[in-house]
Design a protein around this ligand. Structure first.
Ligand SMILES: O=P(O)(O)OC[C@H]1O[C@H](OP(=O)(O)OP(=O)(O)O)[C@H](O)[C@@H]1O
Ligand SMILES: O=c1cc[nH]c(=O)[nH]1
Ligand SMILES: [Mg+2]
Length: 215
């Protein structure tokens, strides 16, 4: 995992499989079907890294030969929170890794001033849970910061929230860390900059449109 001196809580998943698949996703002629599949594959690989420090405890397990103290994940239950729409494209992969996880939904879209407009919030009980907010794109950071605000207003502590994106702009990471300094952020790539329409460059275009074949 790679880090960036500007952002102490940013983790860049630089595994070659992730980087290769992301390059395929960036190509403008990649089909909707391939784009969706690649996003799921990357989410699975990133989920593996994001959960690396989740706590392990030990329980007796009887193998055919003996009983021994076996490692099991018995920490806080996970809640996966896709930011609609595009975050939905990463959710099934994380559910494959954590089949008992709950799923909360936060629906946001960017208005003409690039401010997030909230249209849906449905969350499970927040007590004693670890929240993983997922959205492929971290551009200005306004949507991500808003999604984390929603969780904190419900009483979730920052230390129990992680954010996972595919591609981030430095401007967005800076904004998100300023709003939520306690948040751990996982991305596959830290890109160069935002353009005048607040699209990430080089980026991959509009993730929601490419996942769902809209536009
Ligand atoms: O960091 P920001 O500048 O807030 O931009 C990122 C947001 O923009 C995209 O959503 P969009 O508004 O296109 O909605 P959609 O997922 O429904 O397409 C993306 O999925 C993020 O939610
Ligand atoms: O580059 C960008 C920026 C915001 N949302 C996207 O889907 N792509
Ligand atoms: Mg979109």
């Amino acid at each position: 995992m790679q880090t960036d001196y500007r952002f102490p809580r940013l983790h860049i998943v630089d595994h070659p499989l992730v980087q290769h698949k992301l390059s395929l996703m960036r190509a403008k002629d990649t089909s909707t079907r391939d784009f969706r599949e690649l996003l799921q594959e990357i989410a699975l690989l990133m989920g593996y890294e994001l959960t690396r420090d989740f706590p392990i405890s030990y329980e007796p397990v009887e193998t055919p030969l003996t009983t021994f103290s076996a490692p099991v994940m018995k920490g806080k239950k996970a809640v996966i929170v896709p930011v609609l729409r595009a975050g939905l494209g990463m959710t099934d992969a994380l559910l494959m890794l954590m089949p008992s996880a709950r799923v909360g939904h936060i629906g946001l879209y960017r208005d003409e001033n690039k401010q997030p407009v909230e249209y849906l919030v449905r969350l499970p009980d927040v007590v004693d849970r670890t929240f993983i907010v997922v959205d492929p794109m971290l551009a200005t950071g306004n949507s991500a910061a808003h999604a984390v605000d929603v969780l904190k207003k419900r009483g979730v502590e920052g230390e129990n929230i992680r954010f996972m994106a595919l591609v981030a702009a430095p401007e967005g990471v800076a904004h998100l860390q300023e709003c939520h300094p306690d948040l751990e952020i996982f991305v596959a790539a830290l890109d160069d900059h935002l353009d005048e329409n607040a699209y990430i460059v080089p980026g991959l275009g509009d993730a929601g449109d490419r996942i769902f074949g809209t536009k």
